[in-house]
Design a protein. Sequence first.
Length: 94
Amino acid sequence: MTGYEHIKSEIHSRGIGFIEDSIRFPAKGFYIRSLPKTIIVVEKSLTAYEKRCVCAEELGHHHTSSGNLLHVTTREYERQEYRAKRWGHFELLP
């Protein structure tokens, strides 16, 4: 099982939906927490390595973030992005 397949199976095991699709804005992925389902969307044109990294960060948002990051102050946005990226980095390290 590749690293990308492993993180996808982890996403599914946590009950999070996963979609690979074309994204129309300049992001490689995003995390949507809404009822009844939580979803991670990843840009389908990325390499498997890039998708793995994006999935780790988005999974980090699942564990560390709250609220809609599109409507927060710059400082709070940066804090939540930092926490999600940090969580993702530790998730990817052996």
